[in-house]
Write a protein that binds this ligand. Sequence first.
Ligand SMILES: Nc1ncnc2c1ncn2[C@@H]1O[C@H](COP(=O)(O)OP(=O)(O)OP(=O)(O)O)[C@@H](O)[C@H]1O
Length: 269
Amino acid sequence: MKGSFYRAKEVTRITEIISVHNLSYAYAKSADAPVLSDISLAVHQGEFVSLVGTSGCGKSTLFKIIAGLLEPSSGELRLHEISATAKRLGQVAYMPQQDLLLPWRTVLENCLLPWEIKRSRSKAEVTSQVIELLERLGLAGIENSFPHELSGGMRQRVAFLRTLITGGGLLLLDEPFGALDHMTKREMHSWLLEILDELDKTILFITHDLEEAVLLSDRIYLLPGRAGGSVEEILVDLPRPRHSKMNYEPRFIELRAELERKLYDNTAV
Ligand SMILES: Nc1ncnc2c1ncn2[C@@H]1O[C@H](COP(=O)(O)OP(=O)(O)OP(=O)(O)O)[C@@H](O)[C@H]1O
């Protein structure tokens, strides 16, 4: 549905895909100053949830814990309502801040990387899935291009596609549009909102851009700063379909202001 921002799927808020209870984490180098202290939050099937917080408050660290790259110092993490074990590595699709496309590999070869690690399906099957997804993501015909031949927005879409190929219904997207210019970012928002429904994924998204958080999310969590405090939640009750000029509407402006105020209150030292 081009030019619109409709997500027909209902978020049921029944099945918890991610559930974090009183989770804390400290890096070994600074064991007495935990990055995350007693964090609790939940993400339900089909939701788009953003994590917002000041730089260094531990957003990427929390992603790494959910993805299985780090283990919590204390507290509980449940994925798909099952207590998460060290075996979760590779089961959660995680897109880090940089696109990390390998420059010497074509788009197709980059997108086959998750398959090379898992090899749970045939190469022909995954290749045809990549070609089909390239078409669905507006990138038809670029499978033999190299990353340096693509625009910033195209590279991010390829990195997103590679994340999808990892499989599973849960995507962790760490500031995927942070490095893009304003116009490209807006195009990416339109694009993402258009394909979300088709993809039928649950998304946890990190951003520093408060408008982006309001435009895309069903809910937003504000993580406390290093000085401590609790996680705050904002329900984004804007109707869907959403559209790019929504940021001028009164409710959008109110939510944006509420988010900014809470962010300030939550992180002020
Ligand atoms: N491997 C590491 N070893 C020690 N400290 C680390 C390590 N990785 C991150 N940190 C520290 O942990 C804190 C949280 O980092 P993290 O990247 O999770 O924050 P963030 O909220 O994602 O920041 P940003 O918004 O700037 O990306 C920072 O103070 C960072 O310096």
